[in-house]
Design a protein around this ligand. Structure first.
Ligand code: ZN
Ligand code: ZN
Length: 209
């Protein structure tokens, strides 16, 4: 099965599209599972199947040295703890912590600060310097002996699935376990320029920045 670990919906301040639109594109692109990682917000509380796509609860939060994804949150997040100790808050719900796009400008590669991180997002389709960032992130994950995941960081439905992780498992709970045990294969390409332009036009016309 194929999982896109990093997808925003219209409930993010800078993104567009609802789950039903995203599911149509996910199907077209052969994606079975989408982790909904809106900014600072848990948009869906429970796994949900729409058309043929599974949507899994997640979140993207800013920490002092970058962005962290909470993946497969199974319980309510403690917002106070999330602000103070984000990794602990995510783990308490039964979720996994992924350091997102560590080599983007806002990212940080301080190895001593990575306690609590379960995996590195080694491919992020929205990265500006896609090839360089992917190469550095993969080397970083290997140096730390951490699992690799990939996500489109999609902000409009048509870009879902631009990056994903593939595993043999056919059910998402065991698939996630296999991936965080290091058995996933990452794939991805940069978001095509036409879609970047489309997203920026939408942001300008709808005032979402
Ligand atoms: Zn981010
Ligand atoms: Zn994001």
């Amino acid at each position: 099965m194929r999982i896109d670990f990093h997808v925003h919906t219209k409930w993010s301040y800078d993104a567009f599209g609802d789950l039903s639109e995203i599911s149509k594109w996910a199907r077209l692109k052969g994606i079975d599972v989408v982790v909904v990682t809106d900014h600072n917000k848990v948009t869906i509380q429970k796994p949900k199947k729409i058309n043929s796509t599974w949507f899994i609860p997640g979140i993207e939060v800013k920490i002092s040295y970058g962005h962290v994804l909470g993946i497969n949150l199974q319980d309510e997040l403690n917002t106070k703890l999330l602000r103070e100790r984000p990794f602990e808050a995510i783990h308490k719900t039964g979720g996994f912590c992924v350091l997102a796009h560590p080599f983007d400008l806002k990212g940080n590669r301080k190895i001593e600060k990575l306690e609590g991180v379960d995996a590195i997002e080694v491919i992020n389709s929205s990265s500006i310097l896609f090839n360089l960032n992917s190469r550095l992130s993969k080397a970083f994950a290997r140096a730390l002996n951490l699992a690799e995941v990939a996500g489109s960081d999609s902000h409009i439905p048509s870009t879902v699935g631009d990056a994903f992780v593939e595993v043999e498992e056919t059910e998402f709970v065991s698939a996630l376990k296999a991936i965080f045990d290091g058995h996933g294969k990452v794939f991805g390409k940069p978001t095509p320029m036409i879609n970047r332009i489309k997203l920026n036009l939408l942001r300008m016309t709808k005032g979402k920045f």
